[in-house]
Write a protein that binds this ligand. Structure first.
Ligand code: FE
Length: 369
């Protein structure tokens, strides 16, 4: 089994998708927001359920799609404890293991590029983030970086892995795909054969320009990719409690069955095909995550879908997007309600749903996509 290596040309970032093909569960490392649609399409094509979205560190050169993947794919988010990504559901410590299907990803704390940076080991592979690059390494001159710490992380933690371990970096600027621990030990221009003092001198003398997106990317990445505009809004839906017209799934079902309401599914085509759909529901997609195109035709489509005199009951995955859609439809004069917990709700921090189920957990009718 090999990781699927994906590339974002704008930031030269590699994203990795790992899967347990039998269990159909997947984990993604360092996803990029501009590539959200691509990543959702790959998951759909391969019939994979994304269970984890994981960061190697708080990036300065691109914005993560972790929060969007949590909403659209139901993934749980994990990030190194030392990176202050407070929105991540799981704060990883050295040695922690994330499971997907029968597979395990193991976290190694490798400070240096940033104080919180981690690498991840899966089978004979190590995902090195910006700690170790092919014939290079990440810079250490901002975000609490330390050249001395990076030297120790590379030479004592990563170089302790078997020589044949495949190295998958977070970036490459020369179209190289991967390397091995053995190769980097022998030929890495910054560390191979270098003393700590020589390495620190090399790093101190780099004098690199500030990353183009530093001021924008780091704050967004500290909240899993949720961007804050000047007004303090996230640019993403508020929690369902922010909309007054919340109703439980059962109520929505009853209104719909009686013919009083139109059930409007605002999830994307990809989500319905992949997670499951409700036969007979109207489909009017609400798109407003960073990296997704806004749908300017929502107003027209919702007016067509809901005849005068009927209510609209709105459903998304967890009740966040549908709260926004219901609010917008209300502005258009349609009596609209948001279905709490949506199609499947959100599990708690232990991955359990308990009483928090959505449409599907409550036994209401739906079909596999
Ligand atoms: Fe970085």
């Amino acid at each position: 089994m090999t990781p699927i290596q994906l590339f974002d040309p704008a930031s030269s970032t590699y994203t990795y998708l790992l899967a347990d093909a039998a269990a159909r569960e997947a984990l993604i490392i360092d996803p990029v927001d501009e590539q959200l649609e691509r990543d959702l399409a790959i998951l759909r094509e391969r019939g994979l359920k994304l269970v984890w979205s994981v960061e190697t560190h708080a990036h300065a050169d691109h914005i993560t799609s972790a929060a969007a993947l949590a909403e659209h794919a139901g993934a749980r988010t994990a990030a190194p404890q030392g990176c202050n990504i407070g929105t991540a559901a799981v704060q990883l410590r050295h040695g922690d293991v994330l499971r997907f299907g029968g597979e395990e990803l193991r976290a190694l704390h490798t400070p240096g590029h940033t104080a919180g940076s981690m690498c991840f080991v899966w089978r004979g592979n190590v995902f090195t983030g910006d700690t170790l690059l092919i014939n290079g390494c990440g810079r250490t001159d901002f975000q609490s970086g330390s050249a001395a710490q990076l030297y120790r992380s590379i030479t004592e933690i990563l170089f302790a892995l078997p020589d044949e371990t495949v190295v998958w970096p977070a970036h490459d600027y020369n179209e190289r795909s991967c390397s091995t621990i053995g190769q980097e030990k022998r030929t890495n221009a910054r560390v191979a054969g270098k003393s700590l003092a020589e390495f620190v001198k090399i790093m101190d003398d780099l004098n690199l320009p500030k990353p183009r997106r530093l001021d924008e990317a780091v704050p967004a990445n500290l909240s899993s990719g949720l961007r804050h505009d000047a007004g303090g809004n996230d640019g993403v839906p508020p929690p369902a409690q922010g909309y007054a017209g919340n109703i439980p799934p059962q109520t929505a079902y009853e209104w719909w069955q009686k013919g009083d309401a139109v059930l409007v599914d605002v999830r994307s085509d990809a989500e319905r095909e992949w997670v499951g759909f409700i036969p007979g529901a109207a489909n009017v997609v609400w798109k407003q995550w960073p990296g997704m195109k806004m749908n300017a035709d929502f107003d027209e489509q919702i007016r067509q879908a809901v005849p005068p005199g009927k209510k609209a009951v709105m459903l998304c995955r967890s009740g966040a997007r549908s709260a926004h859609a219901a609010r917008r439809a209300t502005e258009l004069g349609i009596e609209s309600y948001n279905i709490l917990e949506g199609f499947e709700g959100d599990p708690d921090e232990n991955g359990q749903r308990g009483n928090r189920g959505g449409w599907r957990q409550r036994g209401l009718p739906w079909r596999q996509g």
